[in-house]
Design a binder for this molecule. Structure first.
Ligand SMILES: [Zn+2]
Ligand SMILES: [Zn+2]
Length: 385
């Protein structure tokens, strides 16, 4: 016996004992017969059988998915998206009965009732909303809880890149996390992980939340600066991922000014680079010396161009930073300006003091130095193609 004959025989045997709906019965054999519609196959197999009882497996769940479709529409009403995927949490009893039938009749290699339910709901939702079902990388993921009759939606994060300038002193780069959740997101911080928005991070986040919605904004900065530093030139590059955004396609202006922070060229990108990116910074420092600056002592600063500077961290990590350019100008007996072009990530204050940065400015000019203030004139990314 092969094909439809064999199938009809087993189907009769099953339906004699268990009443099954068209979808559940069809599902048991559709793969074997290479039929695409479980429902049509089920109907065909039940031609001469009348079943009045509820489906043993699904309790006639397949008859009406509209309450779930409504839940999906409700939960997605504030999201714009084009592709979706559906997951479901079923009552365990449905899965148990499905497993029982499959093992009792030794039906292997067939879809589970859960697979069929999510597929059917996806099909109906796509038809109703003109959205596209996409399994691999959908914009939004629905999780329908059939036990509790709820629907949870999660939207795929979006990544952006941009640059910022800081034209006034007094803003930190990073924002302190919400104290209640340490940045994970909670009711206190409206799931943003932040409660105050007075830093570069805070101001950019606030702007992005207004444009895209979403919960948490995770930044990757290309270097950092002091609260009192300015960031000039073309600005400091940053990357940011916005979790659970409501909108995914927003046109952003080329320049956005928020108080003293200017965001430029902010745009959506496919993903944030995984490897740390190299960059060079042109930095201007105002340095105070302990003793009077001796004539010619500043000339020694040029020595810093010959060898890289070693930076030692408490963790035991050591790194090297090259300095490419040095310009200095004496301002008074114990004050001078220094402009350097250096490999990104050089800790400026420690470099000036000579605090585990060797050689530091203090050692180089044999005079204890302190960096009063430093500004970034330019930050250049190194593209290593
Ligand atoms: Zn059923
Ligand atoms: Zn919180």
């Amino acid at each position: 016996m092969t094909g439809i004959k064999e199938v009809s025989f087993i189907a009769k045997k099953i339906t004699r004992k268990y009443s099954l709906c068209d979808s559940c019965l069809g599902r048991l054999f559709s793969k074997k017969l290479k039929v695409s519609s479980n429902r049509i196959l089920g109907k065909k197999l039940k031609q001469n059988i009348s079943i009045r009882k509820k489906c043993y497996i699904c309790k006639n769940l397949f008859d009406n998915f509209s309450p779930y479709l409504e839940l999906m529409q409700e939960s997605s009403s504030s999201y714009s998206f084009s592709t979706f995927v559906v997951g479901a949490i079923l009552k365990p009893s449905i899965i148990d009965r499905d497993d029982f039938i499959r093992s009792k009749y030794q039906l292997r290699g067939i879809d589970s009732v859960k697979t069929d339910i999510t597929r059917e709901i996806s099909k109906q939702f796509a038809r109703k909303t003109k959205k596209t079902f996409e399994f691999l990388d959908p914009d939004v993921t629905f999780t329908i809880n059939m036990k509790e009759k709820t629907c949870h939606l999660r939207s795929k994060q979006i990544s952006l890149q941009g640059r910022y300038n800081k034209i006034q002193r007094g803003f930190s780069q990073k924002q302190k996390s919400c104290e209640n959740c340490e940045g994970k997101g909670c009711r206190v911080c409206d799931f943003h992980g932040l409660t105050i928005y007075d830093s570069v991070e805070g101001k950019i986040s606030k702007f992005l939340f207004k444009k895209f919605g979403g919960t948490i904004a995770k930044f990757t900065w290309i270097g950092g600066e002091d609260k009192s530093s300015l960031v000039l030139g073309s600005g400091r590059p940053f990357f940011v991922r916005i979790q659970n955004p409501n909108k995914r396609k927003v046109r952003l202006p080329k320049t956005v000014t928020i108080d003293s922070i200017i965001i430029t060229n902010c745009k959506i990108i496919s993903h944030v680079p995984k490897k740390p990116l190299g960059f060079n910074s042109l930095i201007e420092m105002r340095i105070i010396t302990e003793k009077e600056i001796k004539p010619y002592s500043l000339k020694n600063l040029k020595k810093l161009l010959t060898n890289p500077v070693f930076v030692y961290e408490n963790s035991g990590k050591r790194s090297e930073k090259k300095i490419f350019k040095i310009k200095y100008k004496k301002i008074s007996n114990n004050k001078f300006n220094l402009v350097i072009n250096a490999e990104g990530g050089l800790p400026i204050k420690r470099f000036v003091k000579g605090d585990n940065v060797v050689p530091g400015i203090s050692q180089t000019i044999e005079n204890n130095c302190k960096c009063e203030e430093f500004d970034f004139r330019e930050i250049k990314m190194i593209t290593n193609n």
